[in-house]
Design a protein around this ligand. Sequence first.
Ligand code: GDP
Ligand code: IMO
Ligand code: MG
Length: 421
Amino acid sequence: MKIDVLLGLQWGDEGKGKIVDVLAPKYNIVTRFQGGPNAGHTLKFSGKKFVLHTVPSGIFTDGAINVIGNGVVLDPGIFKSEIEAIASENPEITKCLKIAKRANLILPTHRILDAANEAAKGKSKIGSTLKGIGPAYTDKISRNGLRVGDILSPEFKQRFDALTARHLREIESLGFKDFSLEEFTKGWFEGIECLKQFEFVDSEMFINEKLDENKSVLAEGAQGTMLDIDFGSYPFVTSSNTICAGACTGMGVAPQKIGEVYGIFKAYCTRVGAGPFPTELFDETGEELRSKGGEFGATTGRPRRTGWLDLVELKYSCMINGVTQLIVTKSDVMNGFDTVKACVAYEINGKQTMSMPFDSSEEAKPVYKEFKGWKTDISNAKTEKELPKELVDYLAFIANFVKVPIKMISVGPDRDATIVR
Ligand code: GDP
Ligand code: IMO
Ligand code: MG
C-alpha cells in the first residue's frame, strides 16, 4: 500500500482537522509528521467540538491507529491536557495512539526562548504562537535536543537540567526577564508521566511494516505550504517542512511510497501572525469574512487576517506538493457577496509574474479576476446539484487554473457538511 498525504496549501487553518476526521474511516492508520502544538485542528461532530494540537485527527475514528511521527515536536504538558480532553470521548486512547521515540521534546525553556527571540525582534517579530516550536527545532538541528525515547533513560533528568541551564544562559544573554519557569515545569513533568502510558515506536519501522501488511495510512500535515521553512515567506514561517516531502522525513517513508496528495484550501485566504499576504483585505469585506468564517486562531484565539483567494500561491503550492486532488473548504462563508475575486497574477515593480517573491519585503500587487457572487445558503447542501451555478463556475475556474481537480467541497465545520464529487 501507499501512504496518502493531506496538506494545507495556504497559511494554515484550511480545515485539515475536519477533513482528516472525514477521511479517517477509510484508513487503518492516521499520522502527524511535523509541527507541534502551534497547530490547532478543529473537529466537530455530534454537537461536540475538539481542538487537537499534537494528536492526529483520526483519534475519534473507531479502529484507527494514530501515530505521532518523528518529525513532530511534542510538549508533554500540552500533550497531557489534550489527552485528558480526548479521553472523555475516546477512553481507549492509550491503545490507539503510538508515539515515535525519535520525536523531539519541547522543554519549558523552549517556550521562554521563543518569547525572548520574538521580544528581541521587536517590530519585525514573526507572530509565533510562542509554543517553543522554533527553539525546539533549532536544538534538534544543532543536535542538542531531547527526544521522547530519552525519557526512559536514567540520565534523563540530568540531561534535562543541563539543557535547561544552557537555555537559561541564552535567555539571559537576550536580556529577557519577563517569565516564570515554574509555571510550565510542574505541568511538564506531569506530562512526562502521562507520556509513559503510551507505546513508543520507531515510526519508520511501524509504518513501513503496516504498509507491507497492506494497511492504509493517511498522513496529516500541520500549518500550510506558505509557512514551510524552505518555500514559505521566509522568515515569516514556521520551523518545519510543512510540504509533502516533510511526510517522508517526518515518518521515515520513501518518496515512492506516497500515493494521493490531498491539498486543502479555503475558498478565500487567511493568515495569522506577520508576513506577506498579497490579497489581504483591510475593508468591510475582510471583516465580513472574519466574522462569518469565525476566523480566530484555534490555538491562540488571535483574529486571523483575511483576503481573497490567491491562485498564484495555490498553483505554487500544488507544484511543490505534487497535489493530486483538491479539497475546498469554507465556500459557505462566501455566500452573500455581489462579486468575489481571485488573484491570477502578481505585479512586482510594474511587471506581471506568476513567481513567488524571494524577498518577503517585496510588494506583490494582486491582479484580480472578478466573479459573480452567489446568494444561496449552501451550509445544508448534501449534493453538488444543490450548489449555485456561480460557485460551481468559481470552483471550475480554480481547478482549471491550477490544473488539479477539486474532489471534495466542505460546506460547514461539521463532519457531515461535506460533498464528495
Ligand atoms: P486546521 O488547522 O487546518 O485544522 O483548521 P482550523 O481548525 O484551525 O480552522 C478551520 C476552522 O474552520 C475551524 O473552526 C473549523 O471548524 C472550520 N471549518 C472547517 N471547514 C469548514 C467549512 O467548510 N465551512 C465552515 N463554515 N467552517 C469550516
Ligand atoms: P495549523 O496546523 C496557522 C504561524 C504563526 C506564525 C508562524 C510561526 O492549525 O494550520 P510558530 O508558532 O510555528 O513559531 O509560528 O506560523 N502558524 C500557524 N498559522 N495555523 C497553524 O497551524 C500555524 N502554526 C504556526 O501564526 O505566523
Ligand atoms: Mg488551525
